[in-house]
Write a protein that binds this ligand. Structure first.
Ligand code: C5P
Length: 417
């Protein structure tokens, strides 16, 4: 599958090593009937952008939600739908189509299609292809929360997982039907990252261990209250996923977030900066790369009240103590580690970022503007990168795309040390 191949040619006694261009990878994207079908357009675009050939197969119900023409325009290939279509069968029959891809992703996967796959039915093109293939199959469920929690759906998915089908998601949140709960389709970037990671891209980081901290910390004041910040953890999680997709073993040390764990990653949940420090020091001892993307609270309550603090006067004063600087402590313990920090700034971005690069003895710092709707809890991000002797910009893009570019830079700098 994919991958550049080495070819050695001997001409007049000289051996010339030629790297052939990587052959494009092939994805069969199955789309079933659900409102999340509109998000499949973005998913198709991400794969096409990453150099994949994408063949879309839609169920009849899917075409009620999005026009096949949308996917034809995005993929440059006519969308397939009918099982018995003489014109298409003459060009690439359904058995050939089942053999063609490197992977099949069904997104969104409706409860109905999941049930059909579990039973091995073949009553339309997509279900027939799934039955007639031995390629990796990913299902990305998306449905109403009650359909999701129904024992039939859960049993069907358990059966599919046992057969080696890879299930991605779902997440939880507000649903198109107006309800809130589990059953929301994963975001396209998350699906793309997980499929890429599972299929293995260029494994430049194979054999290396990377640790990523992400999300906010919570510093308790009493048994019910805490000090925290607006970090969603999305950028840190995307960095963890991007490192894993390049073959690294990844440990994600996460403050409280609403995010699902990216595929193939070990996640350790913490709350306070002190907990994050303890786990970070232990994990860093086994790692070669450490990325501190967490928004660690700089201060914590000097003393945590054992009981809920009662309302009394018009004003109250909290005494705060400085938290340990996790990156600085990790650096002191592991001088050889490749250490990456983040700097979230509202002013003088380059000056502050360069100051932190030096003070924390980092190999690379990724700085971004925050405040006024920028970066925290948004879907897109832009980064200014600084390292000793260089700098670069990553233009505004999805956090997954930004993470991929950041990991490219980490790999280049790690190798050039
Ligand atoms: O000094 P400042 O908090 O702005 O630096 C941000 C960087 O330092 C981030 O990479 C963050 O994860 C890390 N940090 C840390 N320990 C702290 C505060 C921030 O490691 N106590």
């Amino acid at each position: 599958m994919g991958g550049a191949a080495a070819l050695a040619v001997s001409i007049a006694g000289l051996t010339i090593h030629v790297m052939t261009a990587p052959s494009p990878r092939k994805l069969l994207l199955g789309i079933t009937g659900g409102i999340a079908a509109y998000k499949a357009a973005e998913l198709a675009r991400l794969f096409v952008k990453a150099g994949w050939q994408v063949q879309v197969v839609m169920t009849a119900h899917a075409t009620e939600f999005v026009a096949p023409l949308t996917f034809q325009a995005l993929t440059g290939r006519e969308v397939r739908g009918a099982l018995f279509d003489p014109q298409h069968e003459a060009a690439m029959g359904h058995i050939e189509l089942a053999r063609w891809p490197d992977a099949i992703v069904i997104a969104p996967a409706s409860a109905n299609t999941i049930a059909k796959l579990a039973q091995g039915r073949a009553d339309d093109l997509l279900s027939t292809l799934c039955l007639a293939t031995d390629k990796p199959l990913f299902v990305v469920p998306a449905m109403n929360r009650l359909m999701w929690s129904n024992a039939a759906t859960q049993d069907n998915l358990a059966l599919l997982r046992r057969r080696g089908v890879q299930q991605l998601g779902p997440g939880s949140g507000s649903q198109a039907c107006g309800e809130i709960g589990e059953g929301r389709m994963w975001e396209p970037e998350q699906i793309f990252d997980s499929v890429s990671a599972a299929l293995g891209q260029t494994k430049d980081l194979a054999g290396l261990h990377a640790v990523v901290t992400a999300g906010p910390t919570r510093e308790p004041l009493d048994p019910v209250r805490f000090i925290s910040n607006r970090s969603s953890g999305k950028q840190g999680y995307a960095v963890a996923a991007a490192l894993a997709s390049r073959g690294a073993k990844v440990t994600l040390i996460s403050g409280p977030t609403q995010l699902p764990t990216p595929a193939g990653i070990t996640r350790i949940d913490v709350e306070s900066a002190e907990q994050m420090l303890g786990i970070s020091l232990a994990a860093a001892a086994e790692a070669q790369i450490f990325v501190g993307a967490a928004a660690v609270a700089d201060y914590r309550a000097s003393s945590v009240a054992p009981e809920k603090i009662k309302k009394s006067g018009e004003a109250m004063t909290l005494t705060l103590s400085k938290n340990p600087d996790i990156l600085a402590r990790v650096r002191a313990a592991q001088p050889a580690l490749f250490l990456v920090g983040f700097a979230a700034e509202t002013e003088k971005l380059a000056e502050h970022a360069r100051g932190k690069l030096e003070k924390k003895q980092l190999n690379l710092i990724a700085a971004n503007w925050v405040g006024a709707g920028k970066a925290f809890d948004t879907e897109d991000n832009a980064l200014s990168l600084f390292w000793p002797g260089g700098e670069a910009e990553i233009a505004s893009a999805s956090k997954a795309e930004v993470a991929r570019q950041l990991v490219d830079r980490i790999i280049a700098l790690y190798r050039s040390r």
